[in-house]
Write a new protein. Sequence first.
Length: 350
Amino acid sequence: MLDKFFGLFSYDIGIDLGTANTLVYVRNKGIVINEPSIVALNRKTDQVLAIGTEAKRMLGRTPAHIVAVRPLVEGVINNFEITEEMISYFIRKVHSDRFSLFSKPKVVIGIPSDITEVERRAVRDASQNSGALVTYLVEEPMAAAIGVGLPVQDPIGSMIVDIGGGTSDVAVISLGGIVTSINLRVAGDKLNDDIINYARDEFKILLGERTAEDVKIAIGSAYKADSLQESTIRGRDIISGLPREVVVTSSDIKEALSKSLRVLAEAVKEVIEATPPELVSDIMQRGIVITGGGALLRDIDKFIEKETKIPVRIADDPFTAVVRGCGIILEDMEHLKDVFIKDEIDIVPR
């Protein structure tokens, strides 16, 4: 009865609670929120000043007592109270046109595979404390596979590489479950750090996180490009302490990223090696699908294909694959309830 009452005032939502960005899907509406997973906090008063897009604008531009923090690190909750504030903010934003006092939505949240039971419980508790009526957790590679239309419930092997901001998931899926998977800390944030470290070591210049991400997007590549591209980066000279400009090439960025990309490729090979032969046969025929924001790195598909000798394709709109999967589950929860993490299921409310 309660879920029917609150359903009159609530939109059921799916959340891709990412290290870098949080995306929110509203049942029967689609994706309505795509904002950075960042919270601006006043250290003197412990007051939250801004969340999401507004908080990102403050990165690197605030006085000492105001800090822009990421409440999730490497895909898991690093600060429970701030994560709770952030989820509450997104739920309120979704329900701004309804009686927010009675808004208690059903929530489906995508989480990295291989995180601990304690970490899963932290996500679930943060969602419940933020106003959810009931919270269901689904592993991100499963949600991504559903989001891009792979036949996850069929007796067919599907392989997905979901490259997020904090973590990457490599998984083989069949019959509604993950057969074998690896979760690794090589993802968008690590690639940004690689560029920062490379600029410091090679050019003796200190870059900010946003600058590193901008140059990665502009000229970053995982595979040898046909033509050399250049970009100007601005930072602080390590020796003089003064501002300095440096021109970097796509070859420089490829070299900066090479070690981390090699780790990712080895993880893909390791998952394939641990997969039953019949499913490997399916994967060789059907190929590997790449999702997540990291799929936007130029030629990442060519790189993994070269390393594995298996066809690779980038999903349509890879950045939103996980949240679209959460949305599809919301729309057909009875049919897809088997994909939820088992210790979270109990009974799906009607």
